[in-house]
Design a protein around this ligand. Structure first.
Ligand code: KG4
Ligand code: ZN
Length: 350
């Protein structure tokens, strides 16, 4: 069975074809980073227009790479929640149109659940120009940590169709904090990779930034940390970053110290969620999970606590359509949608 999966929740236009045995026949991601860079964040209207221009070429490219035509598809899956309303609509309308034209079942994908599902795929390797992913791993039941530009949440995942929210950020998402702090430091967008790069030359204990552990809860908070970095740069009460040119060494120290504070919070909360849920498996996905320092610290903690750790392969951490393979589980359970399926921009708590 061949399933075409579409992903347009934020600023990547992506399509993939996966089989019911979770083989990835093709995966294409058209990034919009260049369009949003000068604004230091995603501009929703620009994102939805770019999706409109790119969705059909991306689907064509995906089919071509897989060596398939629309007639070879057995289902179409699309991420319809959560995300930017205009962006979600482009993927949903494309998916519905293909389903009507070809008489195919429509499958709904929850983007956050899909970020966790990406952990089923092992490390990638390159075969010619395609990236393929090793056969699927068993990851359920687990605690799932999703860390992206828009979300930072912990879920109890009883199985591929059973996600219960344990806690989420009460203000900024981890990725958003990376993006905002990068902008303060004069680093490029998206902020995660540029902070990671700058941090390599810095000392993680150069500055002691706050870790909002919100003791006893599984919620996160990053806005205080962001403000602490801001005050460190501009001095209390001053706000004009444009006039400040920090020496490279200071940028590196600030980046490393900020990154360490985020990593401490993420590792601390994720491991704290294991005990009350009785889980021995931790799965981590979303763009921030590509961070090397976080991956190292998670691996150390997993060894120390003797838990099984699955972090999505770096290429499947940021938005992609391979993670939409979770649709195969829904298809198996008979969960197909009517054509009146709508987008749901906000997070559904379950
Ligand atoms: O999952 P994703 O592609 O999109 C959302 O669903 O939001 O995540 C994008 C976020 C951005 O905020 C970006 O700065 C962050 O992931 N990110 C990273 C790294 N790569 C991407 N954060 C830290 N370290 C990285 N290496
Ligand atoms: Zn995402």
């Amino acid at each position: 069975m061949n399933v075409l999966t579409l992903e347009t929740t934020c600023d990547e236009t992506a399509a993939a074809i996966v089989t019911d045995r979770l083989e990835v026949l093709a995966s294409v991601v058209a990034s919009q980073d260049d369009l949003h860079e000068r604004f230091g964040g995603v501009v929703p209207e620009i994102a939805s227009r770019a999706h409109l221009e790119r969705i059909l070429p991306v689907i064509d490219e995906t089919l071509g790479r897989a060596g398939l035509t629309l007639d070879d598809l057995d289902a179409v899956a699309v991420a319809n929640t959560p995300g930017l309303a205009g962006s979600l609509l482009v993927g949903l309308v494309a998916a519905k149109t293909l389903c009507v034209a070809k008489g195919l079942p429509l499958v709904a994908v929850n983007h956050l659940q899909a970020h966790i599902y990406a952990c089923r795929f092992g490390a990638e390797w390159s075969t010619g120009r395609e990236h393929t992913f090793s056969p699927s791993k068993n990851i359920f039941p687990c605690v799932g940590l999703i860390i992206s530009g828009g979300h930072t949440s912990l879920y109890r995942c009883g199985g591929p169709l059973e996600f219960d929210l344990l806690g989420a950020t009460i203000d900024d998402a981890a990725g958003e904090a990376f993006d905002k702090v990068a902008a303060m430091l004069g680093l490029s967008y998206p902020g995660g990779p540029s902070i990671e790069q700058a941090a390599k030359a810095g000392h993680p204990d150069a500055y002691r930034f706050p870790r909002a552990m919100l003791r006893g809860s599984l919620e996160f908070s990053f806005s205080g940390l962001k403000t602490a970095v801001r005050y460190q740069i501009v001095g209390l009460g001053k706000t004009d970053f444009a006039k400040i040119k920090l020496p490279d060494g200071e940028v590196a120290d600030l980046a490393a110290s900020f990154q360490e504070a985020v990593v401490d919070c993420l590792v601390g909360k994720a491991t704290a969620a294991l005990r009350p849920t009785g889980m021995r498996i931790l799965c981590v996905g979303g763009g921030v999970a590509a961070n090397t320092r976080l991956r190292e610290r998670l691996a150390e903690e997993a060894t120390r606590r003797q838990i099984e750790l699955h972090v999505a392969p770096p290429k499947l951490c940021t938005d992609n359509a391979v993670m939409g393979a979770i649709a195969v589980e829904r298809l198996r359970a008979g969960l197909v949608e009517d054509l009146d399926l709508d987008v749901a921009p906000r997070v559904v708590r379950r």
